[in-house]
Design a protein around this ligand. Structure first.
Ligand SMILES: CN(c1ccc(C(=O)NO)cc1)S(=O)(=O)c1ccc(-c2ccccn2)s1
Ligand SMILES: [Zn+2]
Length: 379
């Protein structure tokens, strides 16, 4: 049965679902941490003619009931109330209650934004459950730090958790893979005590680096022991080493866990040139990771996440969208509304920087061996 899909969800349509509407892009443009990124991403995907190859599905906002399938009612009600208040009425609420301050300020309309992002990710997950597609994409989702009752790290609602909970209604085992520069702590916390969801995160792990969790010995608790996998990495890692550790760890994870569906968070803040300035990856490196997951032919949900160089994030997610479609793209950025974002080279490719790599081969070897020993307990 190696070739047979592992679940009885037969995909009736091989079109890739791409959740999109202009209103959704506008909302994300204005309220996400990276203003204007949403339209740059969509603009480049459209400029390369990929939207014609995709099945565009309009998002709808998540309901309170859907949001509170993970988040607390108090938190969601507070978010909705605070979001609705006009500036002048609102006493300057810098209370740290619910984490709504500093990195996650209460901006007018932030509730509508968060509910729409969550609704978009749930729309994508539903298409997979209904067998409408094998791959569904929401590049404006992937907000992996939000906790049950707390906004965190630019994340107000944890849409990956909501999607996994929805997928679990249909699939007995769901694998979550997080390739953002930062540890996917909110998703790990949500599922650390269950073996029904396996969370695997490759991320930078270093003293004082946000969020500070995700060390290699954090492997889950109780029935979830060994179903949390953390791959802590250092600054400067490049595609080849990154894919090498990804390939070894994720292949062993898939063969031992045998998931029925996959959620893949593809935050682009590990790209060379990102203002975070940590990893030294290119879209080719993430693309090799994506290829490995797509080869499993499982229902797969692709999400975005971080990515603070607008042009490079659009380059990355456009390249990955083309890869899902099996299309190769011409190297020169097509003329379009956001063309100036791509200067001075105006090319699709991103080259690695010549930065110091703090991941020795010995370190990588040791990480792989430790993770492999832990995975031996997974059945
Ligand atoms: C709130 N922080 C986060 C949280 C989450 C992310 C993220 O991308 N998570 O996936 C990024 C920064 S933070 O304190 O580390 C930072 C805020 C601003 C940062 C920054 C801004 C410009 C250049 C480098 N770093 S880091
Ligand atoms: Zn990040």
């Amino acid at each position: 049965d190696v070739l047979a899909p592992r679940s009885d969800v037969v995909c009736r349509n091989d079109k890739v679902v791409f959740v999109h509407s202009q209103m959704y892009v506008d909302l994300c443009n204005n309220l996400a941490k990276v203003p204007g990124r949403a339209s740059a991403v969509h603009g480049l995907i459209e400029a390369y003619g990929l939207t014609k190859e995709l099945r565009l599905v309009e998002p709808r906002p998540a309901t309170v009931a859907e949001l509170t399938s993970f988040h607390s009612t108090d938190y969601i009600h507070h978010l909705r109330k605070a979001s609705a208040e006009e500036d002048e009425e609102k006493d300057i609420d810098v209370s740290e209650e619910f984490g709504l301050c500093y990195d996650c300020p209460i901006l007018p309309g932030v509730y509508e934004y968060a509910a729409m992002v969550a609704g978009a990710t749930l729309t994508a997950a539903q298409c997979l459950i209904d067998g409408e597609c094998q791959v569904a994409i929401n590049w404006h989702g992937g907000w992996h730090h939000a906790k049950k009752d707390e906004a965190s790290g630019f994340c107000y609602v944890n849409d990956p958790v909501l999607a996994i909970l929805r997928l679990r209604e249909r699939f007995s085992k769901v694998l979550y893979i997080d390739l953002d520069l930062h540890h996917g702590d909110g998703v790990e916390d949500a599922f650390c005590c269950t073996s029904r969801v396996m969370t695997l995160s490759l991320h930078k792990f270093d003293t004082g680096f946000f969020p500070g969790t995700g060390d290699i010995q954090d492997t889950g608790m109780g029935r979830g022991r060994y179903y949390t996998v953390n791959v802590p990495l250092r600054d400067g890692i490049q595609d080849s080493q990154y894919f090498s550790v990804f390939n070894k760890v994720v292949s062993q994870t898939e063969s031992s866990y045998r998931p029925e569906a996959v959620v893949l968070q593809l935050g682009a803040d590990g790209m060379s040139g990102d203002p975070m300035g940590c990893f030294n990856l290119t879209p080719q490196g993430l693309g090799r990771c994506l290829e490995l997951v797509l080869d499993w032919k499982l229902p797969t949900l692709l999400l975005g996440g971080g990515g603070y160089h607008v042009g490079n994030t659009a380059r990355c997610w456009t390249s990955l969208t083309a890869q899902v479609l099996g299309k190769s793209l011409p190297p020169d950025i097509p003329e379009h509304e956001h063309f100036t974002e791509y200067g001075p080279d105006y090319e699709l490719g991103i080259s690695p920087g010549n930065r110091v790599n703090h991941n020795s081969d010995e370190y990588i070897e040791e990480v792989i061996n430790t993770v492999s020993e832990n995975l031996a307990h997974v059945m």
